[in-house]
Design a protein around this ligand. Structure first.
Ligand code: ADP
Ligand code: MG
Length: 342
């Protein structure tokens, strides 16, 4: 069988279903943004790890090393945010091609340190090795949450409202622009899109604020695109989601760029990925409170975008059409970002 037939999530399911869980205190193993381990004292330990690979996750000749460092930690912190948790410490393992100058690495670690200091997380260890070709960065973050407040993907309820913390699609639009060799003017005009791609921030304060709201039932960070990530909540909660296109927040610069470059902007907004905004579900009576808490925590554009119902899949309603997505967004080994309609 080809890897592309299985896809990223098929491969994860295939390899991991063989493994047994031996300890009763593992509240959540594979399948959520973090593993959740009960500490027996009213708190849970959160563990998450992500790898960033040159030419797959970043372009070493485009992203400044400080920003690569900052992004490497933030994408991991984002998974702690998605549980409503607080990060504590991290490990970094790095495979380095011989030709990388020490100055590059100093700048990279400066970026990591900046991000770590601003969230008060300590570096506890890691591993360092050579690489024949590409730079590879793996970070593992440990965090904690109150056991009663930790928010999983699998606990959404029928009738819950779907909300997001901020604009979607800017990172994918920024990546598109970078790949199209932008002119100096474009670089300046669309700086916000490029910044969204280079320098995402984990929405830790927002995740923690939402975890305090009793009606917030499920949460995920949008790393692989809205359809894909909301799809995980729906699948794992055995529900379907309906979202209204006109309610989804986006940066207007993205529309402008899409017109100039003749690209369907909804591909970026719905399936682009790497925005690292949060998507959560909340009971209707707490929906207003959740938006308010998100706003007060600094989320850029907390917005209600849809609703959960019984059934499966994600339906996107636009003024003139309805499209159903069984799945879509970034999936390693399968078509990148192509929205597939049924
Ligand atoms: P996220 O985007 O939040 O980092 P992923 O979609 O990458 O989450 O992963 C989904 C789940 O699969 C997570 O629980 C993750 O720990 C698990 N996972 C991913 N790759 C592997 C693997 N190779 N072996 C075991 N578990 C994995
Ligand atoms: Mg995640």
């Amino acid at each position: 069988m080809k890897l592309s037939e299985l896809g990223e999530f098929g491969l994860i399911a295939r390899t991991t279903r063989q493994f047994t869980r031996f300890h009763a205190n593992e509240i959540q193993g594979i399948g959520d943004d973090c593993a959740v381990i009960d500490q027996g004292n009213g708190t849970v330990l959160l563990v998450t790890t992500d790898i960033l690979m040159d030419r797959i996750h970043f372009l070493r000749d485009k992203i400044p090393p400080e920003l690569l460092g900052r992004k490497s930690l933030n994408v991991n912190l984002s998974d702690i945010a998605a549980m409503g948790g607080k990060p504590l410490s991290f490990f970094i393992s790095i495979a380095i091609p011989e030709n990388i100058p020490v100055d590059y690495l100093d700048r990279f670690f400066n970026g990591i340190r900046e991000a770590a200091d601003s969230e008060h997380v300590s570096l506890l260890g890691g591993d360092t090795t050579g690489s024949k070709q590409d730079l590879a960065i793996n970070i593992l973050v440990l965090g904690e949450a109150d056991s009663q407040k930790c928010v999983l993907r699998s606990t959404a309820r029928n009738g819950d409202i779907i909300q997001v913390s901020g604009p979607l699609g800017a990172s994918a639009a920024g990546l598109h622009l970078l790949l199209s060799e932008p002119s100096e003017t474009e670089w300046k005009d669309y700086a916000e899109l490029i910044e969204a791609h280079f320098d995402p921030r984990a929405r830790l304060a927002t995740g923690q604020a939402l975890a305090q709201i009793p009606g917030v039932s499920a949460m995920i960070d949008i790393s692989d695109g809205l359809i894909q990530d909301l799809g995980h909540i729906c699948e794992q909660s055995s529900l379907s989601g309906t979202i209204r296109m006109e309610h989804i927040p986006f940066n207007p610069l993205l529309m402008d760029l899409s017109r100039k470059h003749g690209i369907d902007p909804w591909k970026w907004i719905l399936a682009g990925g790497e925005d690292y905004e949060l998507c959560w579900t909340v009971s209707p009576e707490y929906a207003h409170k959740a938006l308010q808490a998100a706003r007060e925590s600094g989320a850029p554009a907390p917005t209600t975008i849809g609703k959960l119902e019984s059934g499966t899949g994600i339906t996107v309603i636009a003024a003139d059409q309805t499209r159903t997505f069984p799945n879509g967004g970034w999936n390693h080994f399968q078509t990148n970002g192509e929205i597939r309609t049924t």
